[in-house]
Design a protein around this ligand. Structure first.
Ligand code: ANZ
Ligand code: ZN
Length: 810
């Protein structure tokens, strides 16, 4: 028997595919298209099993549609800017650029070794200056449209290294390099006005229902966080007005029905009122406030509740009671108005705070549960006593509006997107600072603004800011000496439009950022495949950019991704595969030991794509065994250019069964690939192929073997392409995996299949004449299950007509 050698077979076909360019999309095609996209990787240098899974799912879809005559765009590239390249530079004294490009090459080789059918022509790296050029142009167009603005923001600052730190560089509130206490420092930052699109981003989620997972849609909805509420002013009591020079505090509440339960007011440490009275506070209060201010938003969210009494009183708008104003670490300056009416009886956070600082608690609503209780309930006092829920809230808002006390407002939790980073390895922000003209966008003919190659990356400060030739610029407006912006863009900007770049033909990359015509043909992405970790930020930014670029006239669709498949995690021993857990299986080792087809088959067989996948060495062995048998038994088929004609009426029951199983697998294939709502359960398709293959092995008709291989190779090509191309070449002369018509006559047989089970466990299948009677069928079932029945006593025979025979044995 010949033996399966994946190394030679896989190498041969990978080379063939690369040389013939069979996976390149056609441009200006009238053919129906499919755009299959797996999220592009960060060039860390090596792929992990999560990547393998991601790309095998996408590859199966791309190959399936290619085989069925679609024009398929299945691109890959690299999300190539970002911090790890700089960390490598600091640690290993490598240039971020050479580190990144070396890693990309290493990963491309791994993709090739997996047999992924990516377009080589459309491969991009977001750190390429030609990519940066267009990104900078979009930035300027957005700036000119008023969609980008500068604003002071608090950043993590290391006072020793004199550098801004990313959140991940702050460890327990200290600098990762020198362990110095990090402080919050105000600096001018660039923001993109994603909030202008909040409503549309929310509304259009409806158009994705049934196409994206409900979980992702909900996460996006919550992130946008639309809430209706009341905004109103709390007047300061007269001495406090004098002391602060401030008339009133604006507060935002979603629960105006609880207004009679307000017992104090809480404001953010950054609130202007804090500044206004700061000098009048005692040292201890000042110190506590400074400590709160120096804690990052992230750390505040998990810190215990803390407060400082400002000694200022405000007046309740309906009862005229005096309420104390507290600074509280849980009030955010950038939500609502940075001030809250606190209702400890009906809000747990306010309750904990009130308990800690001995503030009064007053019930405003009738509740079923003990306090604090945020359930709806009838109001206990005031003109709307007895009203509850939305009715009460509407009535209160109306009351405030009619009396000129406040107004109903809509708030979004979504914040504008801060896109500037004080780092080297990113796309430079194309702005020039002129003493006379201010911040001026660079002239388009000067783009791209590229990174200087000669830099010293030490981790101290932003190397661009101290790079004199980079910083040197002329004002694009008045021509005077000016300074270049040293901030670079958040890497999420690059991943917000790369899918449009892929749909722009490579030979146009110099002339335009996005080719309107080809993008109109390719988009929307028909299937976008990636991890759940991108459910919020990346997908939201990509949706946002799509809408902005639409409004800038580049295209006319509203949403970029028609369908989204969020793959499950790859686990080992029940935990996510991760370096830190030491449970990583390296794809390279699997490829080396078994080859790509085995890896692909295992990954797609072990679990449905959206479910978690538990790594299992036996499963890998099993996958390999199947492929080996598929290779060896191909000698039972004969080479031919045409599929054999088979006269069904001349076959015996095992032969009929084999054909039936084959055509069932073929039907399953159509179902799995095209019934999108079922999320591509490749595992069931593979199981069906294995069954068909076993049935094929149970008979010995060469025509059926040949027909069987023709069908199986066509079904399995998207999953295990190398061996399918190899065997198809050997048997059928060329790789032909096109549509095969289902021969429905194999189903319309005069026989039917019964499952034979023992104590409920399936042991065999039998094919019986439709005319057969119960005793005859049971007898046949006993024959088939003979080896499992040996040495047992049958207690009961269960007969389910047209379905199964079960033996209850002891
Ligand atoms: C009184 C109240 C009573 C509230 C009650 C809630 C429950 P969402 O729904 O997410 O929009 N809030 C307002 N501004 C805030 C800020 N800057 N920082 C922290 N919290 C703030 O949340 C709105 C609610 O969050 C508002 O309604 C306010 O507390 C608080 F039984 O007002 B509520
Ligand atoms: Zn100027």
């Amino acid at each position: 028997m010949r033996s399966y050698n994946p190394k030679t077979i896989e190498k041969k076909w990978q080379q063939h595919w690369a040389e013939t360019g069979v996976f390149e999309p056609e441009w200006d095609s009238n053919k129906p298209k499919k755009y299959i996209l797996s999220m592009f990787p960060y060039p860390s240098g090596a792929i992990h099993m999560g990547h393998v899974r991601n790309y095998c799912i996408g590859d199966a879809l791309a190959r399936y549609y290619r085989n069925r005559g679609f024009n398929v765009l299945h691109p890959i590239g690299f999300d190539a800017f970002g911090m790890p390249a700089e960390n490598a530079a600091i640690k290993h004294k490598l240039h971020p650029k050479s580190w990144t490009y070396d890693n990309m090459n290493a990963m491309r080789a791994e993709f090739r070794a997996l047999g992924l059918s990516f377009s080589a022509q459309q491969d991009l790296a977001t750190c390429d200056p030609i990519y940066t050029k267009w990104e900078q142009e979009f930035f300027i167009e957005m700036w000119e449209k008023g969609l980008i603005y500068r604003k002071k923001a608090l950043l993590n600052w290391c006072p020793k290294d004199l550098t801004v730190l990313a959140n991940e560089q702050v460890i327990d509130g200290k600098c990762w390099r020198c362990d110095t206490q990090v402080v919050q420092k105000e600096m001018e930052q660039y923001y993109i006005k994603i909030t202008d699109y909040a409503e549309e981003l929310l509304e259009d989620l409806q158009t994705l229902e049934g196409k994206w997972s409900p979980q992702v849609l909900l996460m996006q909805k919550n992130w946008i966080g639309k809430s209706h509420g009341l905004q109103f002013g709390l007047s300061l009591e007269s001495s406090a007005k004098e002391r602060s020079g401030i008339e009133s505090l604006e507060v935002f509440t979603t629960r105006p029905d609880t207004i009679f339960g307000v017992t104090y007011c809480a404001i953010a440490p950054e609130h202007p009122l804090v500044q206004a009275v700061f000098a009048t506070l005692d040292t201890q209060a000042k110190e506590s406030i400074i400590a709160m201010q120096n804690t990052s938003a992230k750390d505040r969210a998990i810190a215990p509740k803390q407060g400082v009494d400002l000694g200022v009183k405000v007046i309740h708008p309906l009862t005229d009671e005096l309420l104390p104003v507290w600074v509280a670490n849980f009030v955010l300056m950038d939500y609502g108005s940075g001030a809250v009416m606190s209702v400890p009886a009906h809000d747990e956070r306010d309750f904990d705070f009130a308990k800690k600082y001995g503030l009064p608690i007053k019930q405003a609503l009738q509740t079923q549960n003990p306090l604090p209780c945020s359930d709806d309930g009838a109001m206990l006092e005031g003109a709307f006593k007895g009203l509850s829920g939305d009715e009460a809230r509407q009535a209160m808002i109306k009351h405030f509006e009619q009396n000129g006390l406040g107004r109903g407002v809509v708030q979004y939790r979504l914040r504008d997107w801060g896109v500037s980073r004080q780092r080297y390895w990113g796309a430079p922000i194309p702005i020039v600072h002129c003493d006379d003209c201010g911040a001026v966008p660079e002239r388009l003919e000067n783009l791209p603004i590229t990174l200087p190659e000669e830099v010293a990356i030490t981790g101290e400060g932003n190397p661009l800011a101290s790079h004199s030739s980079f910083m040197h610029a002329l004002c694009p407006k008045c021509g005077k000496q000016a300074r270049r912006e040293s901030d670079t863009m958040d890497t999420f900007v690059e991943s917000s439009w790369y899918f449009l770049r892929y749909a722009t033909r490579r030979d146009k990359w110099e002339q335009c950022g996005i080719d309107t015509k080809s993008v109109a043909y390719w988009l929307q992405v028909d299937e976008y495949i990636g991890g759940i970790e991108h459910a919020i930020l990346h997908l939201l930014y990509a949706r946002f950019f799509t809408k902005v670029l639409r409004d800038l006239g580049y295209h006319s669709f509203n949403e970029p991704f028609a369908h989204l498949l969020t793959q499950g995690m790859v686990l080992k021993d029940g935990a996510k595969m991760a370096k830190s857990k030491g449970n990583v299986v390296n794809p390279k080792d699997i490829l080396h030991a078994y080859g790509a087809d085995t890896a692909r088959l295992f990954i797609l067989f072990a679990a449905p794509p959206i479910k978690e996948l538990e790594w299992n060495d036996n499963g890998v062995e099993g996958a390999n065994r199947f492929i080996r048998r598929l290779y060896e038994r191909a000698q039972n088929a004969y080479p031919t250019k045409e599929t054999p004609r088979i006269d069904g009426s001349k076959l015996d029951s095992t032969q009929k069964l084999a054909r039936k199983k084959l055509y069932e697998a073929l039907q399953k294939s159509q179902e799995v690939f095209t019934k999108r709502q079922n999320n591509y359960n490749f595992n069931t398709l593979i199981a069906s192929c294995m069954e068909a293959f076993n049935a094929l092995n149970a008979q010995d008709n060469p025509d059926i073997w040949t027909e069987g291989y023709f069908i199986l190779l066509s079904i399995l090509e998207p999953i295990i392409p190398h061996i399918c191309w190899e065997l198809s070449e050997e048997l059928f002369g060329l790789a032909n995996f096109g549509e095969i018509k289902v021969d429905s006559s194999v189903f319309a047989s005069d026989e039917m299949i019964y499952a034979v089970t023992i104590n409920g466990k399936k042991r065999a299948e039998i094919s019986v004449q439709t005319s057969a009677q119960k005793p005859q069928i049971i007898e046949q079932a006993k024959q088939a299950a003979q080896k499992w029945l040996l040495g047992t006593t049958i207690k009961k025979e269960v007969f389910v007509p047209n379905k199964l025979v079960n033996f209850v044995v002891v």
